[in-house]
Design a protein. Structure first.
Length: 180
C-alpha cells in the first residue's frame, strides 16, 4: 500500500495513520521531482487520476480510513515542482457524518502523536470544546489542528463545511515550515 512507501494495485486498501517508517519513506522524498517520487513509490501514469488542483497528483486507488474512502494525493510545490507532502481527503454530504469522522480521527491522532501543536487561542481549533457540535450544526466553516510528526513533517487535520450539503475531512502530512 502506498502509505507504506509502495503501491498495492489490487483493490482499495485499509490504512491507518502513517507509521514512523511510512512517514520517513515520504520525508526522504521531500524535495524530489515527480518522476523520482513516482519511481521510488513504484507508481506509473496508470496509477494516477486527474488532480483536483495545481501541484496535486491524485492516485486512482482510494484508501479506507475509519471505514471511509479517502483519495490520496501527492503534493508538489508549483515553483520547484518537488514533493512536499501527502494528503488524504474525504468528501461527505452530512455534517453529522463529518463531525463523527473528525472525532474518531482526532482521537486516533492524539493516541499516535500526542496533543496537538496548534497555535493556542485560535477560535477554530478542532479539539476546542463545542467544535464538533458546531460542525454538526454548521452551514459553513473551517476547523483544524496541527501536530509536529516525524523529523520534517507537520500533520494537519482540517474539517471544512462548504455548505450544508458538502463537507470535507483532510489529513495532510507535509514539510514543516521552518522559522526565518
Amino acid at each position: 500500500m502506498l502509505t507504506a512507501g509502495s503501491c498495492q494495485k489490487a483493490e482499495d486498501s485499509d490504512i491507518s495513520l502513517l507509521s514512523e517508517d511510512s512517514l520517513t519513506s515520504y520525508e526522504v522524498l521531500y524535495g524530489e521531482k515527480a518522476d523520482e517520487v513516482m519511481e521510488s513509490l513504484s507508481l506509473s501514469e496508470e496509477d494516477l487520476t486527474e488532480g483536483r488542483g495545481r501541484g496535486m497528483l491524485d492516485l486512482n486507488q482510494q484508501v479506507n480510513l475509519e471505514g471511509k474512502a479517502f483519495t490520496q494525493s501527492l503534493l508538489f510545490d508549483d515553483s520547484t515542482e518537488t514533493l512536499y507532502g501527502v494528503l488524504f481527503s474525504y468528501f461527505g454530504s452530512s455534517t453529522a457524518e463529518i463531525a463523527e469522522l473528525s472525532e474518531q480521527l482526532l482521537e486516533d491522532i492524539e493516541k499516535e502523536y500526542g496533543e496537538p501543536d496548534t497555535y493556542p487561542g485560535l477560535t477554530n481549533q478542532l479539539s476546542a470544546e463545542g467544535s464538533l457540535d458546531a460542525i454538526r450544526d454548521a452551514s459553513a466553516g473551517t476547523w483544524r489542528e496541527e501536530w509536529k510528526v516525524g523529523e520534517k513533517s507537520t500533520l494537519t487535520l482540517s474539517v471544512n463545511v462548504i455548505d450544508g450539503n458538502t463537507s470535507s475531512v483532510i489529513l495532510q502530512y507535509s514539510l514543516q515550515m521552518l522559522p526565518n
